[in-house]
Design a protein around this ligand. Structure first.
Ligand code: G3H
Length: 540
């Protein structure tokens, strides 16, 4: 592997393809409130890229822009605008027909596509995501919107009929819940924010969204499209320090649904701040420490390939990343040799460089934190088994394979969320099984092996511990039509394309005893199209 050096961490502007350069910092002073883009004249937060430059002989993260640090006042206005848009369920948006809401979202998707290059450029600069992954994040998000629209049409078609049972006529649909606060994570700042924001919106809920701390500027190119495509107050943005702006929102009691992807520590604080805990719905994507279990009859090449991808795509900064590997003792030496070789072949560099897989890390002090984890494991008797593994150059860290990792070491239980791969060996399958049972997390697991009987014996207990068992493949969220969730401290609620439509709504029905008078009323409402809820209109 190319060892990251100062020469590469401090990129020469002229080597960056012109299309992806940032000539001068982007001053974002705007936020979206009540259908207008407002200018913020208060303090701003500097945005520094994980990509560095040399200034007066010192290496520094490049300043690429600024965004508003809103105070409580504008945030309270945003909340009032969202509450007005909902108007206790009487607003134009929550009462609009599904077909019309779909048209608004389609218009937004059309406008969003025009901003692809700008969003991709900022994904690379703000969070260091490699170009193909940044493009994939954008395209996957547009596909997600299209799939959401299709899923909603299906859902609506199923509800466009009456059911008659035990002398009662009913029509059952899904109705919105109220104002939704959406907060996504820095590793998928666009995609994971939109996988809650879009379903919440399309189902009739006004949305306030706060971009993650890292990955803010990339939302700016979409502000005008949001303003133009939705009625006022239906979508708003807030920026700033969580404690200053999110806590007052939660404490106000005006938030009906919290859609948050981040740490369980922050989720717990936010939930507790809401004055009506039973009224607040939560959709949460939290920590994970997914294990890969490599059995002794695993296809070595396939296991290595999937474990490299699973542990190191986007430098291991995925909630679904393989964050610990358990390898059978009889094959662990051979596995480590080929795993180390494959990791050594990964190319490190700048996000826009062709074929690059290891890029600078955006979180402040991240390399220091990861180094602490490695040092802790070394102090406990483990070592870094790949040459150059764990070496740091400012925001770069060469991936480190750490072996043997055992209970008691921080890497055994802490979610590292970076390019460090702890490996443990086992001779009895009960060892990795107990690890998963005792873990605080329960998102996914990967099993590598070839004996159907041995794999079947593991599947049955594991599906009751995690929410996806992957056979001979890395852990992942996609395809987005599959359910994505977790047990224990890993998640609350399920987020597939169709499940997301459900979590932001509640089943509501209109029912009447089957009398002639009631039949006449219902018939008149339906034929005269007097209600958008009580309706047999079928979306074609
Ligand atoms: O960070 C967590 C993401 O949901 C993972 O998605 O498996 O598609 O990378 P992914």
């Amino acid at each position: 592997m190319k060892s990251p050096r100062s020469a590469s961490i401090c990129t020469d502007e002229n080597t960056i393809p012109e299309k992806w350069r940032i000539a001068s910092p982007i001053d974002q002073r705007q936020y979206l409130c009540d259908g207008t883009i407002r200018e913020w004249t208060g303090p701003l937060q500097d945005v520094r890229s994980p990509v560095c430059e040399v200034i007066c002989g010192t290496v520094q993260r490049k300043l690429i822009g600024r965004y508003p640090l809103l105070s409580e006042e504008p945030v309270s206005e945003v909340l009032h605008a969202a509450c007005r848009a909902y108007d206790s369920g009487r607003g134009a948006w929550p009462t609009m027909s599904v077909e019309e809401r779909i048209r608004h979202v389609e218009a937004f998707a059309y406008r969003m596509k025009e901003e692809r290059d700008e969003v991709v450029r900022l994904l690379m600069w703000e969070i260091g995501k490699a170009l193909p992954d940044a493009e994939k994040e954008f395209d996957r998000t547009v596909d997600y919107i299209r799939d959401t629209i299709d899923a909603l049409k299906d859902l609506d078609r199923l509800s466009s009929r009456f059911v008659i049972h035990q002398g009662v006529i009913g029509q059952i649909r899904r109705a919105p819940l109220g104002v939704v606060l959406c907060m996504g994570p820095f590793n998928y700042p666009l995609n994971e924010t939109f996988t809650t924001l879009i379903p919440a919106l399309i189902m009739g809920n006004p949305v306030i969204f706060k971009p993650p701390k890292l990955g803010v500027l990339l939302h700016q190119p979409l502000l005008k499209a949001f303003r133009d495509c939705f009625p006022r107050g239906v979508i708003s943005t807030v920026y700033g320090k969580g404690q200053k702006i999110i806590s007052p929102l939660m404490k106000s009691g005006g938030i009906d649904v919290l859609a948050f992807i981040g740490s369980s520590r922050v989720a717990d604080i936010l939930k507790k701040q809401h004055p009506k805990p039973h009224r607040l719905r939560c959709v949460l994507g939290l920590e994970a420490k997914n294990a890969g279990i490599v059995l002794k009859d695993a296809d070595p090449d396939q296991a290595v390939k999937e474990c490299v991808q699973g542990a190191l795509s986007f430098n291991g900064q995925r909630c679904t990343a393989l964050k610990i590997l358990f390898v059978h003792r009889e094959i662990v030496d051979a596995f480590l040799a080929s795993f180390g070789k494959a990791v050594g072949e990964l190319k490190a560099g700048m996000p826009w460089e062709t074929g690059v897989q290891i890029t600078p890390l955006p979180e402040p002090d991240k390399t220091e934190y990861l180094t602490e984890l490695i040092d802790d494991a070394i102090a406990g008797g483990a070592r870094v088994v790949n040459p150059g593994g764990g070496s740091v150059d400012h925001t770069f860290m060469s991936p480190a394979i750490v072996y043997p990792v055992e209970r008691g070491m921080r890497l055994y239980s802490e979610e590292q969320f970076g390019p460090v791969i702890p490996v443990a060996s086992f001779s009895d399958i009960e060892e990795p099984m107990n690890y998963i049972i005792q873990s605080d997390y329960g998102q996914q697991v990967s099993l590598f092996g070839s004996d159907p009987e041995a794999i079947a014996d593991l599947i049955d207990p594991l599906v009751n511990q995690v929410c996806r068992v992957n056979i001979n493949s890395q852990c992942q969220r996609g395809p987005d039509t599959f359910p994505f969730t977790g047990r224990k401290d890993s998640a609350e609620g399920t987020l597939s394309v169709s499940d997301a439509l459900r979590v932001f709504t509640i089943r509501t029905l209109v029912a009447a005893k089957e009398t002639d008078a009631n039949r006449r009323i219902i018939k008149s409402i339906v034929t005269e199209r007097r209600s958008r809820f009580l309706s047999t209109d079928f979306i074609l």
